[in-house]
Design a protein around this ligand. Structure first.
Ligand SMILES: C[S@@+](CC[C@H](N)C(=O)[O-])C[C@H]1O[C@@H](n2cnc3c(N)ncnc32)[C@H](O)[C@@H]1O
Length: 257
């Protein structure tokens, strides 16, 4: 009962209400445009390339390091998640994120959507290996976890936390606050509000601070046409288990719309 009430209070914050509303709109839109959603998935599947082959062609040693990191994290995570109170998803782009952060060596990184912290742990571990960088993450607790923030980022080990600033009041509150603290954004991983409106809003807000050629990773791009609209004519898409990750990374050239 207490958890339900806490969850209800969370929903009725401004950001919570906005996300619930955006999800409802997306659900209605999906029902009305079921065929459209199938078309998005077909486009993702047709555009997707093999992530391991792509990364190994750029730097085989770094891709081997990223793959080893992912195996190690998966071993550690199974123990930690088994004793967690919440049930968490995530974990889709661990090796890719580790690889990209090692390759591009960004100093100022923004991430939306933390949950258990698979992606957060990957970004921070790669930064530690680089010996440079700081990560600002935006999240709010899953509704089904009743407003509990204690487990956000539970996969992030204590020794990596000095490079990490976590904000938990929702993107609408967190991102303006985060951006005010950052001189620029070199790298963005977006994995929070999956609605088209949520993605577009965050990107518009971040855009003035994104450096030309910033590395931008969007998760779950199969949910709507947002990624295709911004990706230009050479999207980089990787797929796994029916889900897709979109990458804008042109080695320093700013070619996204
Ligand atoms: C798919 S999970 C993130 C998984 C994470 N990147 C990982 O690899 O483990 C999505 C997260 O985004 C959060 N979220 C959803 N809408 C949000 C919003 N508007 N602002 C901030 N966080 C949000 C959810 O509460 C959840 O924690």
């Amino acid at each position: 009962m207490d958890a339900m009430l806490a969850g209800a209070r969370r929903v009725f914050t401004l950001d919570g209400a906005r996300v619930v509303f955006a999800r409802a709109i997306d659900r209605v839109r999906r029902r009305v445009t079921r065929l459209d959603l199938e078309a998005v998935r077909r486009w993702c599947a047709a555009s997707a390339i093999d992530q391991a082959a792509w990364a190994a062609a750029i730097d085989p040693g770094l891709w081997a390091e990223a793959s080893a990191f992912e195996s190690d994290l998966r071993n550690r995570a199974s123990r930690l998640l088994a004793s967690a109170q919440g049930r968490y998803g995530g974990g889709g782009a661990v090796a890719l994120l580790y690889f990209l952060v090692r390759l591009r060596r960004p100093h100022y990184v923004v991430e939306t959507g933390v949950a258990a912290g698979w992606s957060t742990a990957a970004i921070l571990a790669a930064m530690e290996q680089n010996g440079a960088g700081h990560l600002w993450s935006s999240d709010f607790p899953y509704f089904r976890h009743g407003g509990n923030t204690a487990e956000i980022g539970l996969l992030v080990p204590g020794e990596l936390r000095p490079r990490w600033t976590l904000t938990t009041r929702g993107d609408q509150v967190n991102l303006p606050q985060i951006l005010a603290e950052m001189p620029r954004v070199d790298f963005l991983h977006y994995d929070s509000d999956k609605s088209r409106a949520g993605r577009a809003w965050a990107l518009a807000l971040l855009r003035p601070k994104l450096i030309p050629g910033a590395t931008i990773v969007f998760d779950d791009i199969q949910d709507n046409w947002h990624f295709r609209q911004i990706a230009g004519d050479r999207p980089l898409i990787f797929g796994e288990n029916g889900k897709f990750v979109g990458l804008l990374d042109r080695g320093g050239r700013d070619t996204w719309k």
